[in-house]
Design a protein around this ligand. Structure first.
Ligand SMILES: Nc1ncnc2c1ncn2[C@@H]1O[C@H](COP(=O)(O)OP(=O)(O)O)[C@@H](O)[C@H]1O
Ligand SMILES: [Mg+2]
Length: 446
């Protein structure tokens, strides 16, 4: 198994306080408008950008690759009225040696005003081998790196780390303008096994976070010719044609699957997908229909968006433009997965997600508002659905696994998830209990 994200901790971030988003290979995030779904995903993007190791302000406020600044920039991260934000994640680690850590936990607090800087950071590792403090499940917890004191005047923050020797742990000053764990590989000599494991653990967390990729296809940008060697999919999928073009050569089996998914999507006869070339040898995909070719320039928004998502899922995120970011198992984030698709296609796109995540090669997190898509989920997949809602009194966003929502068992007995969410059924429910009222509100039915 590769390292993968097991949870995102939104300790103090935008609308969240002490919230945890559990992450499975496939995670579905649902909730009404403004409940905080995108805020949660912004939190993941912040961690991913910080993991690049650059200056905090640079990575959050300026463009990264072809991506724009983070939504709201660094100033938008702290909850309103606060001057700092705090985020964390859990990583199920790939234990290379059999003696490393099976679970890594990372947390960071960033002060935004007056001067942006890291004010605290902590990396802990859970191991099944060494003996010391144990967690409730009998595993062993090591504080791998922990900051002690930040000094705004010198732009530094002091930290100690685990080196396996008895006595005081070593400590040193680190720069406070970027993640400490990104400075570790250069700062630690790796004199002991323990120290080398600390560096490996830091790298594991950084690589897993760097693998987060927000796919946000913009159909009108896909309607142009692209340079054929520009074959790493960008966030907007503007270079989709080049990626598909490369697939026809390198991965004919998956290209065939892509064609059959596109054929399954449309109502009319599609004989195949062709990659057409301009006089300059730039490429554009085209549908072969009734003996004629329909180039991307003329294709529908929905079909283009679907083709981009299907391509990245079929390739299990292998062609993503992760830039200097890691290439280890990517985490694809897709907002409104069903956007532009007919409800009857919900199960088809869901199958693609299942297929992409089945072998643990990729992880997928998506949001949806589609009842059809929710209905297409198997009951055993409901554990990976997380409901996001705002607490009525505090206004804070909260996250709850679908099966833990009040009223879930009663309501599921009445119909499938999509039907329940679209309310019709609830109105006719024989007994309207408090359960139902709470459930309705969280699902956005009132
Ligand atoms: N820094 C912040 N502090 C508090 N609230 C915020 C902050 N940034 C955004 N919000 C609030 O978050 C809400 C938008 O949440 P969002 O996650 O975009 O919703 P959705 O669930 O539709 O994706 C808005 O009500 C906005 O006021
Ligand atoms: Mg949103």
């Amino acid at each position: 198994m590769r390292s993968r994200l097991a949870e995102l901790r939104l300790t103090e971030f935008k609308t969240f306080r002490d919230a945890v988003l559990p992450l499975r290979p496939m995670t579905t995030l649902i909730g009404r408008n403004s409940s905080g779904k995108s805020n949660a995903l912004d939190g993941l993007e912040v961690l991913s950008r910080l993991a690049e190791g650059g200056d905090i302000v640079d990575v959050l406020d300026s463009r990264r690759g072809d991506e724009g600044a983070l939504r709201g920039g660094i100033e938008g991260c702290p909850p309103h009225g606060s001057d700092h934000f705090r985020l964390g994640c859990g990583v199920s680690a790939f234990d290379r040696t059999g003696e490393g850590y099976v679970y890594l936990k990372f947390d960071v607090t960033v002060q935004v005003r007056p001067e942006p800087m890291i004010i605290s950071e902590r990396l802990t590792g859970l191991s099944e081998k060494q003996r010391s403090t144990r967690d409730p499940r009998g595993r062993i917890i090591h504080d791998l790196l922990r900051t002690t004191e930040a000094d705004p005047r010198s732009g530094t923050v002091d930290a100690t780390w685990y080196n396996g020797r008895r006595g005081r742990d070593p400590r040193a000053s680190f720069r406070s303008d970027r993640l400490l764990i990104s400075q570790l590989p250069l700062r630690l000599a790796g004199e002991t096994d323990a120290e080398r494991r600390v560096v490996t653990a830091a790298k594991d967390v950084l690589e897993t976070l760097r693998g987060v990729f927000h796919l946000d296809p913009v159909p009108h940008l896909m309607r142009q010719y692209t340079i054929s060697r520009d074959a790493r999919l960008r966030r907007t999928a503007e270079n989709l044609s080049a990626v598909v073009g490369r697939m026809t050569d390198d991965d004919p089996e998956r290209f065939r699957q892509l064609v059959s998914h596109v054929q399954g999507l449309v109502d009319h006869e599609v004989a195949g997908i062709e990659v057409i070339r301009s006089p300059l040898n730039d490429v554009m995909i085209a549908l072969k229909e009734d003996g004629a070719l329909t180039p991307a320039r003329e294709m529908s928004d929905g079909l283009l968006r679907f083709t981009a998502i299907a391509t990245s899922l079929l390739r299990q995120g292998q062609d993503l433009d992760l830039g200097t970011r890691g290439t280890v198992s990517p985490t694809l984030v897709i907002e409104e997965l069903e956007n532009g698709l007919h409800p009857s296609q919900a199960s088809q796109i869901l199958d693609l997600v299942r297929q992409a995540t089945r072998e643990d090669t990729a992880q997928v997190i998506f949001t949806t508002h589609s009842p059809a898509l929710l209905s297409a989920l198997e009951p055993e997949e409901h554990g990976s659905v997380v409901v996001c809602f705002r607490d009525r009194t505090t206004g804070l966003s909260q996250l709850r696994k679908l099966p833990d929502v009040d009223g879930y068992p009663t309501l599921m007995a009445q119909g499938d998830l999509g039907t329940v969410v679209t309310s019709g059924l609830l109105e006719q429910a024989p007994v309207r209990s408090r359960d139902f009222t709470a459930f309705d509100r969280l699902m956005g039915i009132d």
